[in-house]
Design a protein around this ligand. Sequence first.
Ligand SMILES: [Mg+2]
Length: 382
Amino acid sequence: MKISNYELYKVTPRWLFLKIETDNGIVGWGEPVIEGRADTVNAAVKELMDYLINKDPLRIEDHWNMMYRSGFYRGGPILMSAIAGIDQALWDIKGKYYNAPIYQLIGGAARDSIRVYSWIGGDRPSDVGQAARNVVDLGFTAVKMNGTEELQYIDSYKKIDETVERIAAVREAVGNDIGIGIDFHGRVHKPMAKILAKELEPYRPMFIEEPVLPENNEALRDIANHTHIPIATGERMFSRWDFKTILSDGYVDIIQPDLSHAGGITEVKKIASMAEAYDVALAPHCPLGPIALAACLQVDATSHNAFIQEQSLGIHYNKENDILDYVKDRSVFDYKDGYVKIPQGPGLGIEINEEYVKEKAKEGHNWKNPIWRHKDGSIAEW
Ligand SMILES: [Mg+2]
């Protein structure tokens, strides 16, 4: 079997899908995208696919090493997202070739289902109490929300108070048994992150996420020493080599590699195992589409330390299209009592509605994240 061709489809709301074809008719799907730079990743995928045409798609480990190590310059969001989408598609092909779900080929299942959480509140959280109640009524047992809007290095206690009030409203609305993940989104700098983490403790968050930007990960030490709330990070880290220092430093409790950014199934499985050796939990980042989510579930199935999965159904970005729009069998992501079953079909376990993908690719998209500025005109972290 040889890789014969590929197609890229840029589809709403902000995704990029890759279809890799083989000479025996099996096709595989991947989702190589970094949010806001779909065209850049598209170009990177094309450059990498030049090497893969006419190659055996089953030699995934070799292709991964070729894509990663044969580039003298490597790593980072663009190249690792391109590798990630190609890797997902190659695993989809391999699963279909052996007529097995991917998890069967990487060790077999360690679980039958995984807990999922739902986003509430959008970019600038408000009315989150009612929003949280609504998703809990749908069966979710955990929610995640942005904690704050933009914050200066040293900002006002008024903004701290507003954040605390929002989290208090959510806790009040859902009761003590619902997990609340609070995403600082890298918007908070170390001085305010310490204050915020301390003030949020009475509401018993499930975790705080990206309390500081990943380029400031050494600040996690100070934050971890200030709070007992579990600290999560990793959506902007892209390989084993990016994760090794935070794991060995020991100030992180949950890692959140993204299956579409951190080198795909091959790499995230390895990152998950590294984390397990440090007693660190896995919660793959996934505000993306159905292919990325399907890839997450295959890794979750085989990773003992996976405890919850992000998913984007109803997320504030998914206005024009949502994850179920592009799959033929919408029951594949059927959430029940806050859990989703690991898909059992071959490969990624989903069937893409190619006609609809092609139709939507004619429109494409030009999604970019907003540019925020502080009151004084300086750029704020979004
Ligand atoms: Mg996040």
